[in-house]
Design a protein around this ligand. Structure first.
Ligand code: HEM
Ligand code: HEM
Length: 227
């Protein structure tokens, strides 16, 4: 019988799919033009809330949500590439690298967005506090960084399809259901400590995550409306 192990807690899954939805929303709205730029900003603020949440959850979340458990050291990456390392339930070292890269480029995008001026009708809420040359610089970074975002998302999706087609591993289902199903014949490929440490995903963790997300949303909302 297959062993069912909780890998992605509900907060990580909700974070992931809300991030995807808000990113699509922000890209669609920025291309609509006109007043839709207001929506672009709202999606951007939502992404800011999600990113702050994910960073904090990376310290206090469940096993596989914690950065310390998937931080991609050089040694781990080289071992993984040499094919000698055991399989991992959470993010593998290469996947982890792309996760950190995605979180970083999205943070740069949100940060610069707060200072951007479209020179028509919309200004990021913090643009008025910095000199013009910095507004121009941040606006240029905001425009250029989108290329990195598209590139990383393409690699992200290509890697997931690669794992499905060539390694027979469906990574998408666990990001929806939270669980990985391990066949007894595959158990030896994993470290026993990894198999023995499912992510806690009970009422307590979920309530804590909801409170954390709400507090971050209120603080970000307050800082933006009062600036
Ligand atoms: C807008 C585009 C996307 C962004 C910005 C994005 C971002 C991310 C991030 C930040 C993570 C890490 C999750 C965490 O630990 O918190 C992740 C993981 C994951 N994403 Fe996405 N994602 C995107 C689109 C997608 C799509 C379309 C799919 C499905 C086809 C997908 C499937 C997954 C899966 C399966 C994982 C877990 C990978 C693993 O097992 O290591 N993502 N994504
Ligand atoms: C991760 C979140 C965000 C993404 C992915 C994103 C993406 C983009 C993209 C692709 C453009 C078009 C750039 C161009 O080709 O000229 C843009 C423009 C813009 N963004 Fe964002 N953005 C984000 C967050 C924000 C935030 C938080 C704000 C401000 C509150 C913001 C304000 C603007 C403005 C005002 C423009 C127009 C700039 C111009 O016309 O020069 N963005 N954004």
């Amino acid at each position: 019988m297959k062993k069912i192990i909780r890998v992605w807690d509900l907060p990580v899954r909700v974070f992931h799919w809300l991030l995807v939805a808000c990113l699509i929303g922000s890209l669609v709205s920025v291309n609509l033009g006109g007043n839709a730029i207001e929506w672009h900003a709202y999606f951007g603020y939502s992404i800011l809330v999600l990113l702050v949440f994910r960073v904090l959850w990376g310290f206090i979340g469940s096993t596989h949500a914690r950065f310390v458990n998937f931080f991609p050291s050089k040694e781990k990456i080289l071992n993984y590439l040499s094919g000698n390392s055991p399989r991992v339930l959470g993010h593998n070292p290469l996947g982890a690298l792309s996760v950190f890269a995605l979180l970083f480029v999205l943070s740069v995008q949100v940060f610069t967005g707060l200072f951007v001026d479209d020179e028509i009708a919309f200004q990021g809420p913090l643009a008025k506090y910095i000199p013009n040359f910095l507004v121009s610089l941040f606006s240029e970074i905001h425009e250029a960084n989108q290329v990195l975002i598209y590139a990383l998302i393409s690699v992200h999706i290509a890697a997931i399809l690669f794992y499905k087609k060539f390694k027979g591993e469906d990574l998408i289902k666990p990001m929806l259901s939270g669980d990985k199903e391990i066949d007894p014949s595959e158990e030896a490929d994993y470290l026993p400590t990894d198999l023995g440490q499912p992510s806690k995903d009970g009422f307590l963790q979920r309530t804590l995550a909801l409170i954390l997300l709400s507090v971050i949303a209120v603080v970000v909302g307050y800082l933006i409306t009062s600036s």
